[in-house]
Design a protein around this ligand. Structure first.
Ligand SMILES: Nc1ncnc2c1ncn2[C@@H]1O[C@H](COP(=O)(O)OP(=O)(O)OP(=O)(O)O)[C@@H](O)[C@H]1O
Length: 408
């Protein structure tokens, strides 16, 4: 009798357990079915442009949830002071927040390459995709307004272009002083290219243009490209050809997948023409797939390249480059960006000391031009920074530029 009761109780508990488990699984399946039938989901991967727009837009909504990550941003004010700002973005992890009819979850996970891969998933009740379209448009408008006068820098990370650091205040075009007429010549060429898409199509020519800026270090190659990007409201996608992790395949992939409205900058392009025999001795470089000449030529010729592609290449050693790279179609415009001439020195002085008498600028330029040693604009800039409050001293003691040999 006692045994029967024990058995009955045990059986009852077992049945309850099974029933609870069936119920749990059933409700999970039912919930999933309901979700599929009644809800629409949009997944935005980190590789997509709208990813950052959406996060920024959500973070600025008053009705967002209270689970944030902080992004500290530094900004240089006109006075030279650094101001710090904190931006809040929805934190990684599986959490939810409500935006009217929408919920949003942000997940972060590491792939095989240990590079964080994030997605934002937006879910809405109903089956109307328009809700997402509307949200994406709002997020885009919001982000573009905030990015006005800012230049975005992208660098390769894993298999994608990722935004590098905070958007930078666009460098004023006039603040880069190349030889007389050089900036204007490059500007006219780039803008004419951008406005002549139909011309290229009509003639069956791929709508792309390559520029090579060559010359000694510190003379303004990178600064000019940065200022140009700001003026054109483009972002800059930087690829360092000397990067050990950049293989031919990766270079091609990055060239064809650069974000729209961006300038591709191939830095130190001569690195693809190094004598590899010495590198093989270096144990750190063994097994690394560095970019080869054919790799770089293929990437520039890429059949699938985005329309209106602008590639800027820089090098300090043009003589190391192969003729095959320099042919039109790969490099259409070559410009030597070299040491400062007298007119540039004068312009630089007036730019740094705008309220100063132009006489001092001329004294500075004529004193500096007397030296046989050539100086770069980077050296001049460093000298001005040292004597920012004493332009007269700067104009009369130019020999200190040579003596101190400011090297950038
Ligand atoms: N022509 C110029 N006009 C204004 N500033 C300049 C100029 N050239 C150089 N500078 C200043 O010097 C610094 C270095 O310049 P930049 O990086 O553009 O030189 P670069 O020619 O690209 O050098 P590298 O070949 O080493 O990459 C920057 O801070 C920039 O402001």
């Amino acid at each position: 009798m006692g045994d029967n009761q024990l058995f009955g109780a045990g059986f009852g508990l077992f049945t309850l357990g099974v029933a609870a488990s069936v119920l749990r699984k059933g409700s999970a399946v039912a919930l999933q079915l309901l979700r599929r039938r009644l809800m629409t989901t949009l997944e935005i991967p980190v590789s997509d442009h709208s990813y950052h727009w959406v996060l920024e837009w959500i973070a600025h909504r008053p009705d967002m949830s209270c689970h944030f990550s902080v992004k500290t941003a530094f900004q240089k004010l006109h006075s030279g002071k650094i101001s710090t700002g904190f931006a809040f973005v929805p934190s990684p992890g599986s959490h939810y927040m409500w935006l009217g009819k929408l919920s949003c979850s942000k997940l972060s996970e590491c792939g095989k390459l240990h590079i964080p891969y994030e997605t934002v998933t937006l879910t809405t009740i109903g089956r109307k995709k328009e809700v997402f379209e509307d949200l994406l448009l709002q997020a885009r408008t919001f982000a573009l307004q905030r990015q006005k006068n800012m230049t975005l820098i992208f660098k390769p990370m894993g298999a994608e272009w990722r935004q590098f650091g905070e958007p930078q205040r666009s460098r004023p075009f006039q603040s880069v002083m190349l030889a007389a007429g050089q900036s204007e010549k490059l500007w006219n060429d780039v803008t004419q290219f951008l406005h002549s898409q139909q011309w290229y199509i009509d003639r069956g020519i791929p709508h792309r243009r390559g520029y090579l800026l060559h010359g000694p270090p510190g003379c303004g190659k990178t600064s000019f490209i940065t200022a140009l990007a700001g003026e054109l409201e483009c972002s800059i996608c930087i690829l360092n050809i000397g990067d050990w992790t950049l293989s031919d395949d990766r270079l091609l992939h990055f060239m064809v997948s650069a974000p729209p409205q961006s300038i591709i900058l191939l830095e130190d392009v001569d690195a693809a023409f190094l004598d590899r025999s010495s590198e093989v001795q270096d144990p750190r470089r063994q097994g690394m797939n560095m970019v080869s000449l054919s790799g770089i030529l293929n990437a520039l010729d890429g059949v699938v390249s985005s329309e209106g592609r602008i590639v800027f290449m820089t090098t300090n050693y043009i003589d190391r480059l192969d003729k095959a790279l320099l042919r039109p179609g790969r490099v259409d415009v070559k410009e030597l960006v070299t040491y400062a001439d007298a007119e540039q020195m004068c312009r630089a002085f007036r730019h740094f000391y705008p309220t100063e008498n132009t006489e001092h600028a001329e004294v500075f330029s004529s004193n500096l031009s007397k030296f046989t040693e050539k100086v770069s604009m980077a050296q001049i800039q460093a000298f001005f920074m040292l004597h920012r409050t004493d332009p007269k001293y700067a104009s009369e003691n130019v020999n200190e530029i040579i003596k101190a040999s400011f090297i950038f």
